[in-house]
Design a binder for this molecule. Structure first.
Ligand code: NAG
Ligand code: NAG
Ligand code: NAG
Ligand code: NAG
Length: 343
């Protein structure tokens, strides 16, 4: 009898609860109509300047003496994901904005520059580099909390330059450059996109399921096409709602713009986990969401204290995933942005 009940319970859990892993984290992050969860489809429109854009990235890296290989952000300049269960009593903290700027209206409507009552355990730490990104997921309320430049002051107070919160099934997009709003405070990355969007997670690589677009960083993201343009910024919506692109030229990639691994690039000889990622890069591609000193993609940070230490990514999948460095960046192409916003 107990066995039958257990089996029934298991079946019900598998059918009803399959949106969440045993840790309470969603198997699919963001809604199914989010641009992060929609495949590219056949014969997308490719930017007329795509080849020029990718070569310009490659040349700019070479000129700076930097690697022109495809890069993986996994132990620094990315973000860890911490889980907290608020159906139990948990540590609550206050964050303040150290630059004296109010947080975005959606999280700090009164412009107090302070946000209270956030469920952050004292054991949670951000990415070790200057951007200090950190993702906290509340498995009880199913909401994300994201921070940039997070720094502990004491066990109940921290500073953070940006903060955002949203439900796990939100579509991950925000209105761009909204006049009259502090739009530059929205979201925790340069493009305003959620950090969890497009982040490659350990649990999905373990399961062998990677069904979404991937977050990209680039070294020469666009500020605007021409110095004569009457506006200051241009960006590609809906993925991006602001931009920290700084290069002028119609041969640069906009933040929010979609990138695809050439679908005819042969990925069959790659080992299983690298092939899973390469397949996602062909099927879903990715979106340019931040500046970086390289051209690469983001993995969740599994080691937050010592960036030169060994992470699970290296010990479990290092020899497999390191084959991704061999994909020539000239095998990526830039897709046409159908909705540019300028301001
Ligand atoms: C959160 O804690 C509650 C109360 O102990 C428990 O019932 C629930 O299963 C926990 N959720 C997760 C995802 O661990
Ligand atoms: C933590 O730091 C804040 C800001 O400096 C201060 O107001 C608060 O009293 C401190 N709390 C504790 C428990 O030390
Ligand atoms: C995302 O959701 C918001 C609010 O729910 C909606 O206004 C917007 O049109 C949606 N955007 C996309 C790209 O689905
Ligand atoms: C890009 O800008 C150059 C001038 O700087 C112009 O000649 C060219 O037509 C533009 N190309 C596209 C595709 O807009």
């Amino acid at each position: 009898m107990n066995l039958i009940i257990s089996i029934l319970f298991l079946i019900v859990c598998t059918v009803v609860g399959s949106q969440f892993t045993s840790t309470g984290f969603p198997t699919k992050v963001l809604s199914s109509n989010s641009p992060w969860n929609i495949p590219i489809g056949n014969n997308p429109s490719v930017e007329p300047l795509s080849t020029v854009m990718v070569n310009k990235i490659k040349n700019s890296l070479a000129q700076e003496g930097l690697s022109t290989d495809f890069q993986l952000h996994y132990n620094k300049w990315t973000a860890p994901i911490h889980l907290v269960n608020t159906s139990l009593p948990v540590n609550r903290i206050k964050i303040f904005q150290p630059q004296g700027e109010g947080y975005h209206e959606t999280v700090d409507p009164l412009g107090l520059k302070v946000i209270t009552n956030l469920p952050v355990l004292t054991s949670f730490n951000p990415d070790p580099m200057a951007d200090g990104h950190m993702i906290v997921f509340d498995t009880n309320l199913k909401v994300f909390h994201e921070f940039s430049r997070f720094k502990w002051v004491n066990s109940t107070t921290a500073e953070a330059t940006r903060y955002d919160t949203f439900s796990y099934n939100n579509n991950g997009t925000y209105p761009a450059l909204v006049p009259g709003s502090r739009w530059w405070m929205k979201g925790v990355r340069g493009s305003g996109a959620p950090f969890i969007a497009g982040l490659i997670r350990y649990d999905e690589i373990q399961r062998g399921e990677l069904d979404h677009a991937i977050a990209f960083a680039g070294p020469i993201n666009r500020q605007k096409s021409f110095s004569s343009s009457s506006w200051s910024y241009e960006l590609c919506t809906p993925v991006s709602c602001r931009t920290d692109g700084w290069v002028i030229g119609n041969d640069t990639v906009m933040e929010g713009q979609r990138i695809q691994l050439n679908p005819s690039y042969n990925i069959n000889s790659l080992p299983p986990k690298a092939r899973l990622i390469a397949q996602a890069l062909q099927t879903y591609g990715g979106y340019m969401v931040d500046n970086s000193g390289d051209f690469g993609i983001y993995f969740e940070n599994l080691i937050t204290s010592n960036p030169s230490g060994t992470s699970l990514w290296e010990s479990q999948y290092g020899s497999d995933l390191s084959t991704l460095y061999n994909i020539p960046i000239t095998q990526f192409r830039i897709l046409t942005c159908s909705n540019i916003i300028a301001k």
